[in-house]
Design a protein around this ligand. Structure first.
Ligand code: FAD
Length: 440
């Protein structure tokens, strides 16, 4: 009855900002605890340095600032033993073989995928070796396999904040991301399936004209055309909401180069967010989507094994995650995914939507600042996981739902953690604009 209308800001729909803020007052401490104090959610393995940008070559836009660097984990003794390479090789034999694409194709439609798990081994305890996507993924997966050239990073020690990465390089990535929102007529819908070269020097004006974008008088933002469908509008809002959340963290932890101090920058908030209520609305929209995805995972999480090698901690982690899903489910009816992809005339829209989102995730390899790339990759993986849960999961079924990798779950919870932090920061900034006081 009460779905968020993708054309309206959150306040116009049944769920208001204050409903979501009340929900966030509950979720914030739980998310903070999970993301800051459990090994399972604090360590993320990803391919940060070895994937070339598949769209263009532009070495000039690399960020050389110290703040752009990521502290990767060089010493394996810093990560839980079960995820160390030496332990991985011991797992040989008990390791799960994830079904490859060929096997997925052969599978009769009504039969769930079979994972050949060894005795006492669950899916979060094994590391995936192949880089193959499940066809229902909305994201190019970050592979945790020993063979992959990935690095472990501590998300706690590499906070998302101001790095100084800006200029043409950053602008080019954002433009390319928004360009993915230009859904094409049916005949050429799969145009963006394969990475395609972009002209580095292509002027913004050309990009807008070429892809039918237009500026709206009261905003600089890139708006899709008026006749867009609900799904296209949702795609745009997700991207814009992610952008708004990143901007919020830049303003919240801003480096003042004159004083050499980290500060909360109210002017930055005013210029990048407060002047653009739609950006803030899109951020709240994303919060609604992610809390719905976490709530929908409740049943799946009951049988999920949290594997960090420390049974006590794993038990605690599981209890905390289940409590989080319960809290998310107790909030307002935030987002109704069932109204999307229903119109028979747009049957192939879902593939298009998924492929475009995968392209956004590939674009993260074009981000020229390591720390921005880390959080960009993590957050696109988090939204990808949320979309997979919303559109491919049936909460009443267990066996037939697609596999949820450890990296996907870690990304989902951390992305919600970032949004939760953004909501909190925005409330404080908003108050400070009225009172002039930003003491926290
Ligand atoms: P930008 O934020 O670059 O925006 C470009 C244009 O997009 C704007 O002029 C406006 O027209 C439009 N726009 C802006 N916000 C929105 C929105 N929410 N919705 C719709 N349209 C919008 N920098 C850091 O310091 N730390 C980081 O962690 C970081 N992470 C990044 C991650 C990614 C994936 C990318 C691409 C960049 C990241 N950056 C980061 C850079 C940062 O996002 C900005 O690009 C940079 O600070 C320059 O900002 P700007 O004011 O020029 O506008």
């Amino acid at each position: 009855q009460c779905a968020i209308d993708p054309n309206s800001i959150v306040t116009d729909a049944c769920t208001s900002y204050s409903d979501l803020e009340r929900l966030n007052a509950n979720l914030y401490p739980s998310l903070d605890d999970l993301t800051q104090h459990t090994d399972f959610f604090a360590y993320y393995r990803l391919n940060l340095y070895n994937k070339a940008c598949p769209f263009w070559t532009d070495e000039n836009s690399m960020c050389g600032n110290r703040a752009c660097a990521v502290e990767t984990i060089e010493d394996e003794s810093d990560i839980p033993p079960i995820w160390r390479a030496a332990e991985l090789s011991k797992l040989e034999g008990a390791r799960a073989k994830h079904p490859g694409i060929a096997q997925q194709r052969e599978r009769p439609k009504n039969r769930p995928l079979q994972y050949q798990l060894g005795e006492n081994v669950d899916e979060s305890c094994v590391l995936e070796e192949d880089d193959e996507c499940d066809q229902r993924d909305y994201c190019v997966p970050e592979d945790e396999g020993a063979a992959a050239k990935g690095d472990y990073v501590s998300l706690v020690n590499n906070t998302e904040r101001y790095t100084g990465y800006s200029g043409l390089g950053a602008r080019q990535v954002w433009d390319a991301i928004y360009k993915e929102n230009c859904f094409t007529p049916k005949s050429s819908r799969h145009a963006s399936l394969k990475p395609k070269p972009l002209q580095a020097a292509q002027s913004l004006k050309n990009i807008f004209q070429e892809y039918g974008r237009q500026h709206v008088d009261n905003s600089d933002d890139l708006y899709p055309l008026d006749d867009e469908c609900l799904e296209q509008r949702a795609f745009y809002r997700i991207v814009s909401g992610m952008h708004a959340s990143i901007s919020t963290h830049i303003c919240w932890e801003f480096f003042n180069q004159t004083t050499g101090e980290w500060v909360h920058n109210l002017e930055c908030y005013r210029e990048r967010l407060h002047k653009y209520p739609e950006r803030i609305s899109n951020l709240y929209f994303n919060y609604a989507i992610l809390t719905r995805a976490v709530a929908k995972l409740r049943k799946h999480l009951e049988s999920y094994t949290f594997c960090s090698g420390d049974p006590d901690q794993d038990f605690q982690t599981k209890q905390k995650v289940l409590a989080l899903a319960d809290q998310a489910a107790s909030g307002p009816h935030t987002f109704d995914e069932s109204i999307m992809f229903q119109d028979p005339s747009v049957m192939d829209l879902k593939d298009d939507f998924r492929n475009r989102f995968r392209n956004v995730s590939r674009l993260m390899d074009c981000v020229g600042c390591d720390k921005c790339r880390l959080w960009g990759k993590l957050q696109t993986a988090g939204y990808g996981a949320a979309l997979k849960v919303l559109f491919e999961y049936d909460e009443n079924k267990n066996g037939e739902n697609p596999h949820l990798r450890r990296t996907e779950l870690v990304a989902l919870v951390n992305t919600l953690g970032r949004l939760s932090h953004s909501l909190d920061a925005i409330q404080k900034f908003r108050t400070a604009l009225k009172t002039g006081d930003l003491s926290v």
